[in-house]
Design a protein around this ligand. Sequence first.
Ligand code: ZN
Ligand code: ZN
Length: 217
Amino acid sequence: MEFDLHTHTSQGSACSRMNIWDLIQAACQKGLDGICVTDHDYCWDSRELAKFSAESGIQIYGGIELSTSVGEILVYGVHQSLLNLRDDLPRLAQFVHDSKGVMVAAHPFRTDFAYSVFSREERGLEPIEVEVMYRRPIFDFVDALEVYNGRSNWQEIRAARNAVSILGKIGTGGSDAHNILSVGSCITVFEDSIRNEAQLVAQLRKGRIRAKKKEVT
Ligand SMILES: [Zn+2]
Ligand SMILES: [Zn+2]
C-alpha cells in the first residue's frame, strides 16, 4: 500500500498553499492509499481526519513535524502537542515510545546540502566529514530516517541512503508537499495491508516498508 507520510496544509503550516480538501483530492487523483498530514508543530484533531477519511475513501492520519534544536522530527501515532518536549530529545523519545508512536528524522541532511548548483567547496564551505555527519545525536533517538523527501536534492538523498545503511535504520519516503502538484512525489510502500493508524505505526517500527520516489502524474 502506498502512503505519502509527509504533507502540509495551510491550516497547520503557514508555508503551505494547499488546504486539506485540495490535499485529499490530489492524493486520491494520484492513486495513493493514504496520507499523513504532518504540519509544523501542529496537531490535527484525529476525529476530524477520520471524517475526511470516511468521506474520501483514502486513509488519512495526523502526524507532527516537530521543530527541535537538532532538526525536524516527524512523529506519528501521538495526538497531542509535543512542544513542551521538543528541547529534550531523550524525554521526547521516551514519551513517543511510551505512547506507541514512532519518530523519523525529517530530511536529515538538508542543512548540509542546501539547494545550490555549486558544491560546498565552491561556496567556500568546509567539506563534510561523513563519519561525523552520521554520528549526530538525533540518530540515536529516532526509529527511522526520511530518505526520500520530495524537496531534497540528490546529495541529501544519497547521504540519507548511506546513513540508513550504515546505522541499520529504517528509511521512509514522503513528498513534503506544500502544493497539490507535489503530493505523492515521494512515498512509502508498506509490504502488508494497512487498515488503521496503529498498523501503520507498527509497520513503520518494524521496517516492513520501502521508500521511493514516484513519477508525479
Ligand atoms: Zn521540514
Ligand atoms: Zn515538512
